[in-house]
Design a protein. Sequence first.
Length: 319
Amino acid sequence: MPKLSFTYEGFRLNDGKKLVTIEPTPSTSVDEDSLPGRYVINLLGGEAPNYTMRPISGTFIVESTERQNQSISFKQDFSTLRPMDFVTLEAIASSSLPVSYEIISGEDVARVEGDKLEILAGGDVTLRAFQNGNTLFNPTSKTVQFSIPKLEQRMIWQQSFDGSVYGDTIPLEATASSGLPVHFSVIQGSARIDGESDLVILRPGVITIEAQQRGNNIFAEALSEQVTITAGKAPLRAIARGLVMQVGEFNPKTQNVLVVDYDGFRFEDSDAILDAPPAPSTSATIDSPAGIYTISLSAGYSEFYDIQNEDGFLILEQG
């Protein structure tokens, strides 16, 4: 058993140990049979003129050539963690020595710095708490596994498609609550998606469009939204072209001078797309006197266009 010793601190004016009249007595509970561990060294008594003794205890460490085992308690609940959360880790070593942490798997899901755990994404994590030991305690570790659910998101789509017709290009306005980009596709009907979100109607009729957000490492896939619209025919003006001729010049039996002009074709359409183009006619003949005669159009038909006829006029002038 080594001899217990102590030192003094706080003498003034070059005073020293020689002024001490009664030295403090150190004592401890350690004996030859004491187990490895840390024990208190107490100081009792002590007197010196002009000074008040304030004994400060010390520590007696009993070491062993055979280190003791220690264990780690790591019962922390990780079930409520979500991406972008932070949490302080709470593993405890039975030796009371400080615990360190490392990610064994799932580095893309979580990272650890000191005793702080940051959740980066959804996925599986294996986390190790370890204590490397010292002269008294053997190293030990505890591994825990947990899963981080992805954040939920939802689609928001409140767009009106009233009045949509063949040939329209409509910017689609669905959004995801996550702020992530939305993918659109045509499920039914004759239409296409140009770019990322422009709906182009290729034929009148029923069209169903689906909006999806498939998620990423943080957000789960959202429930898709579908919208069904009924696209109408595009409006098309059929206009009888006006004519000015001399009396006796107009002969509908030998001349093909009555012409129909169109306003409103979509894409690169022409009158060739019309199933039954409007036909122009007038009551004037080669024998008609000077005057103004109406050029009317017969009812046309198109699968793609709502044809609106507009009359023209034939003016016969006296030569």
